[in-house]
Design a protein around this ligand. Structure first.
Ligand SMILES: Nc1ncnc2c1ncn2[C@@H]1O[C@H](COP(=O)(O)OP(=O)(O)OP(=O)(O)O)[C@@H](O)[C@H]1O
Ligand SMILES: [Mg+2]
Length: 361
């Protein structure tokens, strides 16, 4: 039985459809990341599961407990849903101490004083902040405030936790550490989590499954590797990872092998959708799949190195590829490499199996 099951959820704000039939399942112990562009409906979906927004159609079930069912007119109040929630920009009460912030959900549920104290202590202890209970939020660092928000969500021991951009207020370095810490915490507590982020690397690092939302619809639902390596649409392919993009015309098809004319030059790739000879197509290849060689060979194209950018852990190479398409005669082709290269002409390899070709228009 899924810890959270969402079926065909629709939600509108006035005339604007925001969720257009979203379905998902969070299995026990799983972390599911909700990924998507700004405005795609991530927060709205999470708030609907929490009971803070009312959809107009669909169903939300937790275990054997129906939280929302449009047809049966069931709509449980947020505090009756037993879910932990960490808001985008964590919303601690500034004039309440850490202890009082964390105690709030328990007082809302009318627990006795001794029990509240005991549970608050345990929740703060589990995130390493037991010694900071008497401070006010402004006396804490961003990372500590983040943890307090988490403690507040964990304090009444929910089975499922909903997290909206839980790491967004941390700087890049803290964020990388926090995502490991957060994943461990969720796993060790035996929770399931639905976690919104718009950082795809964070989503891949933290989650067992990724659900990519595109304007209120699910574009793809899969493991991080599936979504990254086998995107089912051009939208998903372009959303995930750093990539090169080539537009061209299909000149030959052989099973899933595609030959593409890009401004008079030829590229070979693999079809990722229904293509036809003569049709327009877009080819996508990730930067880490592109490499520069000395000698000509299959899938290699001569290009001039324009720039080598030092990124610390690797280099980004930028090549100029001379194609003659409608006045545009040059296309930039980027690659990641462990070392910088000498200026000059290189044989740039775009492996056929890594060039994903999608139909357009
Ligand atoms: N209370 C509201 N009334 C009307 N429209 C709203 C309301 N809340 C959100 N929207 C609209 O619904 C859409 C989805 O918003 P939502 O907050 O779910 O996006 P999001 O994916 O969380 O984006 P972000 O990454 O920026 O947080 C947006 O177009 C937004 O403007
Ligand atoms: Mg949001």
């Amino acid at each position: 039985m899924a810890d959270i099951l969402v079926q065909d959820l629709h939600l509108s704000y006035g005339p604007v459809d925001v969720l257009k039939g979203v379905s998902l399942a969070v299995e026990p112990g799983q972390i599911l990341a909700l990924l998507g562009a700004s405005g795609s409906g991530k927060t709205t979906l999470l708030r609907s599961v929490a009971g803070l927004e009312t959809p107009r159609a669909g169903r939300i079930v937790q275990g054997s407990n129906t939280l929302y069912d449009a047809d049966r007119r069931i709509d449980l109040a947020p505090e009756a849903r037993g879910l932990g929630f960490v808001f985008q920009s964590y919303a601690l009460w500034p004039h309440r101490t850490v202890n009082d912030n964390v105690a709030y959900p328990l007082r809302l549920r009318k627990l006795g004083r001794a029990e509240v104290e005991e549970k608050v202590k345990r929740a703060l202890g589990s995130i390493g902040l037991a010694h900071l209970g008497d401070r006010f939020p402004h006396q804490l660092s961003g990372g500590q405030q983040q943890r307090v928000a988490l403690a507040r969500a964990l304090v009444y021991e929910p089975k499922v936790i909903l997290l909206d951009e839980p790491l967004s207020n941390l700087d890049a370095k803290l964020r990388e550490e926090a995502r490991i810490w957060l994943r461990r915490l969720i796993t060790n507590l035996g929770l399931s989590a639905l976690c919104v982020t718009h950082d795809q690397v964070e989503a891949m690092a933290m989650a067992d499954r990724i659900l990519l939302l595109d304007q209120g619809r699910i574009a793809q639902n899969g493991t991080p590797r599936e979504v990254y390596e086998r995107p089912t649409s051009l939208y998903v392919a372009e959303f995930m990872g750093a990539h090169n993009r080539f537009e061209g015309t299909v000149t030959a098809l052989d099973g899933d092998r595609v030959t593409l004319d890009v401004g008079g030059r030829t590229l070979r790739g693999r079809a990722r959708g229904p293509l036809e000879v003569g049709g327009r197509a877009v080819a996508i290849i990730r930067l880490e799949r592109v490499s520069a060689r000395r000698d000509p060979g299959p899938d290699r194209v001569a290009m001039t190195l324009g720039e080598s950018l030092f990124l610390g852990d690797r280099w980004e190479l930028v090549f100029d590829w001379e194609v003659a398409s409608g006045g545009e005669t040059r296309q930039l082709v980027r690659a990641f490499a462990l070392d910088g290269l000498d200026d000059g002409v290189w044989q740039v390899e775009l492996p056929e199996q890594d060039l994903m070709v999608f139909p357009v228009g």
